[in-house]
Design a protein around this ligand. Structure first.
Ligand SMILES: [Fe+2]
Ligand SMILES: [Fe+2]
Length: 470
């Protein structure tokens, strides 16, 4: 028996593709026809298993026949837009039985593809219209009361909890080490696993947390951010959960050796003298030694220790610690070196530099000198984040303002992410507005409906972007 997981992704992706096609092309267009055929085929594949086909929207999740559909970052992007289509029509549940014919799917998806007419509750209007068109084998219903509440609230809360807990664990471990305490691995292990699972479940929401500015403890926030980014990139590269755990662990403690360096040196404004620089550049060695003090691992995460030691080495070995013999900087260390550069660029850890916007940080990485970072990883990172990463506040050429919620599912459209509108063209705030796909074109002119004019600083508008990403 085929597992339901790929079937669940398949039917949702097919339905969204068909809705998009119906929005862009007339019904007789080949793309539309192909899309509808695909929906029917995918639906039949599930219906073969018996028990009908039901799709549920619950907060940020979608279920197909009671199975939560797991999504990667790119699928997540189109699914976020698809959820929005469901919600726009007041639909929380869809049921189809094996008799649903292609014409019925056509009628149903056409209605979904059209914006609901004002003046009547959208779900009621949709149900009446389905009846009108004699669609008998596809039914829609309201969201379950269990999942009421504003969209995505639960997952933002869950992400925030995981984030906060990880910052605390990082702080406790590092402070404990300063006092010379041996540190138990259990808590750290749990915190890292929570980050891994949260990133796998809701990557965009978790990446949105990078912009939280709830804490003053820079070094701990940096550790957690680097951990989130590294796990997301590792997942993008296809690492398994165990590898992601080791990577997340290494990332969370990559700078742990800094606890042995006097704060007066670490926080010094201006250039370091030779002696101070020598101290700072020893933190990878210190870190490696300190990880030997972590007790309670069944097997010591050897690769994690190595990554801590190597994270400033650089692919061309021009960094530190200096090595005498030729070696290769490991994959985990390369990932961490890249993600920590990104986090440092968007954050205000150092008083000497102003933080830059996420899109500017991406631009800097793309233009970084060769040898500093792994070129292949840079490309993967940019593909994952998009030119305008999740949580970037952007101004559109329509005058609207929006928050990037996901990269575009189409990897060729890196500069056209999915954007949640937070202010209309009159500058009026709209709270949690609709999510717009910036590859959307006006069917008459063929022009893009919306294009990013520039990014801007959320602090200027008092917008907490983390609240809008889910
Ligand atoms: Fe760092
Ligand atoms: Fe470091």
């Amino acid at each position: 028996m085929t597992s339901l997981q790929p079937l669940g992704t398949g039917i949702l992706a097919a339905m969204y593709a068909a809705v998009r096609a119906l929005q862009l092309y007339p019904a007789e267009n080949e793309v539309v026809k192909r899309g509808l055929r695909e929906v029917k085929e995918q639906a039949d594949r599930i219906l073969e298993h018996g028990g009908g086909l039901s799709v549920w929207v619950a907060g940020n999740y979608m279920f197909v026949n009671d199975l939560q559909v797991k999504l990667d970052l790119h699928e997540y992007a189109s699914l976020a837009a698809f959820r929005q289509v469901f919600r726009g029509h007041g639909v929380g549940r869809l049921e189809a039985d094996p008799k649903a014919a292609e014409e019925e799917w056509h009628a149903f998806l056409t209605l979904l593809a059209t914006d609901p007419a004002p003046g009547r509750p959208p779900l009621e209007a949709l149900q009446a219209e389905l009846k009108n068109r004699s669609v008998k084998h596809i039914n829609v219903g309201p969201p379950s009361p269990m999942f009421e509440g504003s969209e995505g609230e639960q997952s933002v809360e869950a992400a925030r909890r995981t984030y906060t807990r990880s910052v605390k664990v990082a702080r406790d471990m590092m402070e404990g080490l300063v006092l010379g305490k041996a540190i138990g691995a259990r808590r750290a292990e749990r915190a890292v696993l929570a980050v891994v699972d949260q990133v796998l479940r809701e990557p965009a929401t978790m990446l949105g947390m990078l912009t939280l500015r709830d804490f003053d403890d820079h070094s701990y926030v940096h550790s957690v951010n680097v951990s989130i980014l590294s796990v997301a990139l590792g997942d993008y590269l296809g690492l398994n959960r165990e590898q992601l755990f080791e990577l997340g662990f290494a990332a969370l403690f990559h700078d742990i050796g800094k606890v042995l360096i006097p704060p007066s040196v670490l926080n010094k404004m201006g250039w370091l003298n030779d002696e101070e620089w020598r101290m700072v550049s020893q933190h990878p060695d210190f870190g490696l030694l300190m990880l030997f003090n972590v007790e309670g691992f069944e097997s010591l995460p050897y690769r994690a220790m190595l990554a801590v030691y190597e994270h400033h080495m650089k692919p061309d070995l021009s960094g530190y610690p200096r090595v005498i013999r030729r070696r290769r900087q490991g994959l985990f260390a390369r990932i961490i070196a890249l993600t920590e550069a990104y986090d440092a660029a968007i954050s205000n850890y150092s008083k000497q530099f102003l933080p830059c916007s996420p899109d500017e940080a991406i631009r800097q990485l793309r233009e970084a000198e060769t040898g500093a970072y792994d070129r292949v990883l840079i490309r993967a990172f940019v593909n994952m984040m998009g030119i305008f990463p999740v949580a970037t506040l952007v101004i559109l050429d329509t005058g609207e303002m929006g928050v990037v919620v996901a990269p575009n599912p189409n990897p060729k459209a890196l500069n056209r992410p999915l954007v949640r509108i937070v202010a209309d063209s009159a500058g009026e705030r709209v709270g949690d507005g609709p999510i717009r796909d910036l590859t959307e074109r006006d069917p008459e002119t063929g022009q893009y409906r919306r294009t990013i004019a520039r990014s801007t600083d959320p602090a200027r508008y008092g917008i907490s972007v983390a609240d809008h990403v889910a």
